[in-house]
Structure formats: structure tokens, C-alpha cells
Design a protein around this ligand. Sequence first.
Ligand code: ATP
Length: 422
Amino acid sequence: MAPEETPMTSDDRMIFRSAEIISVGTELLVGQIVDTNAHFLSEQLSQIGLSTYRHVVVGDNTERLEQAIRHALTDNDLVITTGGLGPTEDDITALVAARVAGVSLVSNRDITDRLESRGRYVSPGYPLIPEGSRYFHNDNGTAPGSLTFFTLNRSQKAILMLPGPPDEMEPMFLRYVRPVLEMHSAAKFVHRYVRLTGIGESRSEDMIRDLIDSQDEVTIAPYANPGEVVFRVSQRLESGDDDKTDEAVEAIVERVGEFVFEIGQRTLNEVVLDMLVSRGETCAFAESCTGGMLASSLASIPGASKALLGGFITYNDEMKQSLLGVPRDILEGEGAVSEECVRAMADHCRLRTGADYALAVSGFAGPSGGTEDTPVGTVYIALSKCSGLTVKRFFFRGDRERVMRQSVVAALNLLRRGMIDG
Ligand code: ATP
């Protein structure tokens, strides 16, 4: 029987008010692995309107895990565990959860049949799930998930157990568990994203200060990535509530529209690639200080070959001269980090590749290098297209990695604007 078909019980009408996530595994406590499961689950729960009150990490220790689950259940009606569901001695989660729920562990014919039909070795007496629980198949491993409802001190509680490996847990959650949790949520959260580039976090925040200060049902949360500012617009919706996030997004765009490259989830490289593909145009890159990062930012997206032709990594002067024909007098006069140099790089790159657009980047990423007039953090970026050439000088703060990342973002944005301007 598929999990969607497991019989409804009165517990299926329980509304979860809050959840605590317990990540089980000594390797988490000793710093061997990072707890990405809690991060993933919190994001998912917030999308379906379930509040997460606490994250806890516990080693593979029966008493401490039982203590943690009992403590979590005093403040929350749902406890979600990940990890410790395997067949070995130190996999204690199911045992402890069943003890807390006051039920025994049982095997389930449907789960074992399905594992065997997939050619999985099933060790005797494994897997066991708490009696009466709703179970979730593991399409990528052997440990099933389970959701157990029970009464503790006259309150209705539930424990959701999920496997530890993210490549098992995440697909299981998305495919089987989330639809079930949605039925137990009284609300859902709507999140919209307005993404900006070419402007800093504080300036953009100042431009929408009154919207942030007057937020009520709709909240606006700004955050920054290198070269990008994101405004997350969220609203908690209960049945009958109007979704007001569109209005809030419109109000933001009215103020900062010239910097907005996306209303949604796409990153700048995805936006640029989609624009190129929809216009049937191509690009190529001549990179110095970004050392290939620019090309790789597009190449990392499936389908990049529809628009990305290739490019040149011309890190030293000889390569700029021999591969891109940058004249020696520019390299010796104005220098490699100069408007003249990126102009020549971009033009030659476009001519040699036949691309519709060629971007060239040259700068001082640091920590050493630079001159009094051209300090570390100075980056020149040129865009060559058949209707002309644009050059911009930027000054980026931060370490080498940050300067390189900001250069990539600025270059992609120059290309984006170049396409819009025609
Ligand atoms: P298995 O069926 O593989 O035994 P399990 O549920 O018993 O699954 P664990 O043995 O606890 O899971 O963990 C297996 C692996 O999953 C860990 O070694 C680690 O790589 C990954 N993992 C476990 N918990 C987390 C977590 N919270 N965040 C990220 N990765 C995790």
C-alpha cells in the first residue's frame, strides 16, 4: 500500500502548532558533518506554515535521545528526528521513539516486500517501525520514515522519524512526507523574492525603509549575497486570508526597480542564460582576474551550450597579447588593469568567437598588487556587442574570493543590461 493510501485515523485531523527538529548522530557532535537536515527541514516547514521552535543535536546515546525527545514534546506537539534509523547497534532512534510513544516496534510486510522487490538486502528483524504509525517509503535507501501519533500527559503528540542521509531524507520528505504534513498545518507561508544587483544592502534598504517599518501581515526580510541583495516578502496565510505579497512586491519594485533582475528564485546567471537563449543569442568571455569563474557561472547551468560559446583565460600579459591581440603598448603603458586593456580583450574575444556578446574582466583581486591610482579591488569590465562597446570601472571591497565573485556578478549584470538596452 502506498503511503498516501494508509488509512486515515482520528489523528489525521490533528493540527500541529509547532515542531522541534532533533538531528541524531555522534558524527554531527564531533564536527565530522554539518547538520544540513535541520536547515532543509526548517525551510520546508516554514513553507507549509509550521513553526520550528528549536533545533537540537544528540549523539547516538539512548538516554540522552530519550531526554531530548521528551523535552521537545513538553513545548511542541511535533518532534522530527533525522538519522539513527539504520540496522546497526548505534541506530537507536526508532527504539527510543517507540518507548516514548508507548508502542512496540513492528515489522511491516509492505515495506519489506517493496525493499526485496528492489533487490535490497533486508537484514532479519529490520526495518521496524512503531506500531500503528503511518510510514513513508525510502526510494533511495532502506530505512523507512514514519509518523507516530500518541497521547502524552493527555495531550496529542506526534513523532516523525526520517533517515539521516540527505539524499534519502530530502526526496522522501518532498515526495511523501510534505503532502501529509500540509494536511496537519492550519496555515501556509507564502514567500516571494525580489532580487537586486548593482546596489548595496544598506542603500537598497534605505530606499524601502518605510515599507519595512510599516510591515504588518506581510514581512520584508532583506539579506545579501556577494553582489546581490534579496528582499524576501512573506505572509502567513490562514484560510480566508488575502494574499497581499504581490502588492508588497509591486511597492518594492516601484522604488528599486532599476536594480531588480528577478522576481522569483532564479539567480543572476540563470536569468542571463534564459535571456540569451530566448533571444537566440550567444556570449563568450575573456577573463583575467576571474580566472574562468565567469564562464563557469554559466557552464554550471544545464543547457548552457545553447548560448555559451566559450572564451579565454588570459591571466598574464603574454596570453592577453598572443590570444587576444592586446597591443604591447597598452600592456606596458596603461597596464593590464585598465579601460584600454579590457576594451581590446572584449573586442578581440567577440571577433575571434563570433559571439553576439563578449565580456572582458581584468582587475586586482588582491591581497597584493594594485597601484596608488588602481588599488586592490579595482576591476574593469567591458561588454562588446555589434552596436558598440561599454566599459565600467568597479571598486569591490573584501578578500580575493569576494572581489572575484563580485566581478562575476557585475559582469553578468553588464551583459543583462546590454541585452535590455539593445
Ligand atoms: P542509514 O540507513 O544510512 O543507516 P540512518 O538514518 O541510520 O541511515 P545515520 O546512520 O544516522 O542515518 O547517518 C547516515 C549518514 O547520513 C551520516 O553519516 C551522514 O553522512 C548523513 N547524515 C546524518 N544526519 C545528518 C544531518 N543531520 N545532516 C546532514 N547529513 C546527515
